[in-house]
Design a protein around this ligand. Structure first.
Ligand SMILES: [Zn+2]
Ligand SMILES: [Zn+2]
Length: 297
């Protein structure tokens, strides 16, 4: 059954597979996780018992889509050879761990050129992807999803054209996709809050990376207005994206079957805010049969 895949980033405290329980408890049918401590470069190999539980519980709990997010330490655009090599190793570790769980998508921030210039940085990202693809033939089905950024500092990937430029230099392009974050898109200058603005953004996606390259969305409202180049997430409908911005995406049937994940602030208990944000999104959907069963009002 195809419809909306809606969920949130969930904690892996006590085991990666615990995130599935949290996703199901929230009534969602999609989940994002870190597959290890996200402040570390690498982690121990995937826990076999937990991976087995993941494979069993994902269908049992009705979670249809899962994506992992790579550590923020990775910078494939770095001009420094040691950090660049370490970053390639970091993303390899992420892909291998995701593969052990059967998670097919790993979201990665493209990186920051830190002074070497945009062109050099973009080429560096593509070269890094080519190297890690060559070194990791066994993970050919586990894609790196380059995330659209707000363009803060020297961060690359703040336009679909830049993401297309990276992908153009990748030899096995089927191993790369894109994640569009709504907070980042607004910060980068895409004003999709009006029907015309949304259509223009879609037109740009079609003209650059192509719609089918978009493999997931991050649904975050933004504390800052369009073109701010800032990346500060807030609750759905409480920031500068606003409900209309999310409504255009949610009611566009072309995104059925593409994961939509919240990365909004958690509350003290870790779940009340998710429930509120997921309900806000579900409430914007014109056709209730497209809403995950657990989120139907
Ligand atoms: Zn994001
Ligand atoms: Zn962000």
């Amino acid at each position: 059954m195809s419809g909306l895949l809606l969920g949130a980033h969930m904690s892996i405290s006590g085991g990666v597979s615990n995130a599935l329980d949290a996703a199901a408890a929230a009534g969602s049918n999609a989940v994002q996780v870190f597959t290890k401590n996200n402040r570390q470069w690498g982690g121990p190999p995937a826990d076999q018992a937990d991976a087995a539980r993941w494979h069993e519980q994902m269908p049992a709990l009705g979670v249809e889509y899962a994506v992992s997010h790579a550590t923020y330490l990775i910078n494939l655009a770095s001009p420094k050879d040691d950090l660049w090599a370490r970053s390639i190793g970091g993303q390899k570790d992420e892909l291998q761990r995701a593969q052990a769980y059967g998670i097919r998508h790993v979201v990665l921030h493209p990186g920051a050129h830190t002074g070497s210039g945009e062109e050099a940085g973009l080429a560096r990202v593509a070269a890094a992807l080519n190297r890690l693809h060559a070194e990791l033939p066994e993970c050919a089905d586990t894609l790196t999803l380059l995330e659209l950024t707000a363009g803060q500092g020297t961060s690359l990937g703040y336009s679909f054209g830049q993401l297309a430029a990276i992908i153009a230099d990748v030899e096995t392009q089927e191993r790369v996709g894109v994640c569009v974050d709504t907070c980042h898109a607004l910060g980068a200058g895409y004003d999709f809050r009006t029907a015309e603005g949304y259509a223009a953004m879609i037109g740009e996606i079609e003209a650059t990376i192509g719609l089918s390259t978009v493999k997931c969305w991050h649904f975050n409202d933004s504390k800052f207005d369009v073109g701010s180049r800032k990346d500060r997430h807030t609750h759905i409908g409480e920031g500068f994206v606003g409900l209309d911005g999310f409504s255009h995406i949610l009611n566009d049937l072309r995104w059925d079957g593409i994961g939509m994940l919240l990365e909004t602030p958690k509350d003290e208990d870790g779940d009340g805010n998710d429930a509120r944000n997921l309900a806000a999104l579900a409430g914007l959907v014109d056709d209730p049969t497209r809403v995950p069963p657990g989120l139907r009002g």
